[in-house]
Design a protein around this ligand. Structure first.
Ligand code: NAP
Length: 301
């Protein structure tokens, strides 16, 4: 039996593993895809203390090496269920099951879809959810980014260096993301801002070739020919598999305070999938530290 099983090897999960290992607990980290979480797709992190500039990939790599060197065990398996019987937690994956004294759920979130007809079928054929993964396919081409948060702004800035033209389509006239990034984007000659507008239709033959954009205020409809559409309209928490054990709020986040304790004793939550007001790298790692510290207290009781 492991002392602590961490579900999800993003910044929150790996930080939790570091804290638990430093408290001499045995740790298993279960990750469905690859270590790093969503931050791996961020080209340039500029708001994490000490490192003025670091790519999400380098950050994840360094964190992985630190976690591994401390003796945390990684297994790349998808967790499908957690059971709590007489205090023993059984974590069931697509490949097996593992017992632990405490579990930290750090599964983060997944991309929210636009919800426009044809979106799923065009994924990988003109529609992307990751500018740093797919941007290179659109070198000297025309692209659009949808969204008004930091992801959309940073994606647009990244793509402005590669693409011939970038449309940034936002449903309001002010951005949720950082003003400094907005200012940088405004300096780019090849970026056109389209405010108060949503994508209402995807026009494709084999691939996406145009979008229909509707101005929410005037009601006018504009067709834009393009090669790629980058969807950056936020994320939704990946908590569905744990609804049997913990409380979810109406948006699907696991309800827990700053101590990261859920309603189920011995089950903790850390990172973007927890109810909180600020979802940033620094708050994810802080959650990891807190959840592991609380898990260690719980085990030692
Ligand atoms: P976000 O901050 O939730 O922003 C999502 C954006 O998409 C919002 O502007 C929202 O519009 C828009 N939106 C939502 N649903 C939509 C729909 N159906 N159609 C059109 N637009 C829609 O998400 P995010 O940008 O992915 O960022 C997630 C978190 O990660 C944030 O806390 C962000 O600050 C953080 N992050 C930080 C960094 C960094 O620090 N370098 C980088 C990336 C992300 P409204 O504004 O009208 O709601």
């Amino acid at each position: 039996m492991y002392d602590v099983i961490v579900v999800g090897a993003g910044p929150a999960g790996m930080t939790a593993a570091i804290y638990a290992r430093r408290a001499s607990k045995t740790v298993l980290l279960l990750e469905a895809v690859s270590y790093g979480g969503q931050i791996i797709n961020t080209p340039d992190i500029e708001n994490y203390p000490v490192e003025a500039h670091i790519s999400g990939f380098d950050f994840s790599q360094k964190l992985y090496e630190q976690t591994k060197a401390l003796g945390a065990e990684f297994k790349f398996e998808k967790v499908v269920e957690i059971k709590d019987e007489n205090g023993v937690k059984t974590v069931i994956t697509n490949k097996g099951s593992y017992e632990g004294k405490a579990v930290i759920i750090a599964t983060g979130s997944e991309n929210r879809k636009l919800g426009v007809e044809g979106e799923d079928a065009l994924r990988g054929r003109g529609i992307s959810y990751c500018a740093t993964c797919d941007g290179n396919f659109y070198r000297n081409k025309v692209v659009a980014v949808v969204g008004g948060g930091n992801t959309a702004l940073e994606d647009a800035l990244y793509l402005a260096d590669l693409a011939e033209k970038v449309y940034l389509i936002h449903r309001r006239d002010s951005f949720r993301g950082e003003e400094t990034t907005v200012s940088r984007l405004k300096e780019r000659q090849n970026v056109e801002f389209i405010y108060n507008s949503t994508v209402t239709k995807l026009i494709a033959e084999k691939r996406l070739k145009a979008i229909e954009v509707t101005d929410k205020i005037s009601g006018s409809v504009r067709e834009i020919e393009l090669n790629g559409l980058f969807v950056a309209v936020g994320r939704v928490p990946e908590n569905q598999n744990f609804a049997n054990l913990v409380e979810l709020d109406e948006a699907g986040y696991i309800v827990a305070g700053e101590d990261c304790r859920t309603k189920c004793a011995g089950i903790f939550v850390a990172g973007d999938n927890r109810t909180k007001t600020l979802r940033q790298l620094v708050t994810a790692t802080a959650d990891g530290a807190m959840a592991a510290t609380e898990a260690v207290k719980y085990i030692n009781l």
